[in-house]
Write a protein that binds this ligand. Structure first.
Ligand code: MN
Length: 197
């Protein structure tokens, strides 16, 4: 069973004006699709052809001979997760259990938001900023290029893509503005809550 490109959880213009249909046409329709196609090409006829995406990621991480497959498979996983992290008119402060856990960890939502934004701004070059659950505690981390917490036994709760292809059509070089908009307008806290379990 080949890896499939999942449907977006909203229409291509479903995050506008914060993320445009034009960005989603390229980011989902071209970049994400290419990672899916490349993953399938690289696993065809191998012992990984029938494995799940998570298994492919976990079995190829750190293997220099399989770095091309790891990069593509991890990017498929990261993007499928990232789309679900957003919804129109999301963002702002969460409620309930997620809010309690954030306040317990950072003292306030504003401090959490500042740290998440800082992780995204300071990721040099391409990568991802994450809210993860590690050893029962919330943490903010960042990964370079395709790297993903699931390859390292860490549970992702939320991610934001800071590759230039994620924001350049809408924000050009203003990565901090894209991150601020993600936090204030787009985070799907229901998804984060479901991940927290
Ligand atoms: Mn991307």
């Amino acid at each position: 069973m080949a890896i499939q490109l999942p449907d977006l959880p909203y229409a291509k213009d479903g995050l506008a004006p914060y993320i445009s249909a034009n960005t989603l046409e390229f980011h989902y329709g071209k970049h994400h699709r290419a990672y899916v196609d490349n993953t399938n090409k690289l696993t065809a006829g191998t012992d990984l052809a029938n494995e799940s995406l998570e298994t492919i990621v976990k079995k190829t991480v750190g293997d220099a001979a399989k770095s091309g497959l790891f990069n593509n498979a991890a990017q498929v996983w990261n993007h499928s997760f990232y789309w679900q992290c957003m919804k129109l008119n999301g963002g702002g402060k969460p409620a309930g259990k997620v809010a309690d856990k954030i306040n317990e960890t950072w003292g306030s939502f504003d401090k959490f938001a500042e740290e998440l934004k800082n992780a995204g701004v300071t990721q040099f070059g391409s990568g991802w900023a994450w809210l993860v659950l590690e050893g029962g505690k919330l943490k903010i981390t960042k990964t370079a290029n395709a790297d993903t917490p699931i390859a390292h036994g860490v549970k992702p709760l939320l991610t934001v893509d800071v590759w230039e292809h994620a924001y350049y059509l809408d924000y050009q070089n203003r990565r901090p503005d894209y991150l601020a908009t993600f936090i204030e307008k787009l985070i799907n806290w229901d998804f984060v809550k479901a991940n927290l379990g």
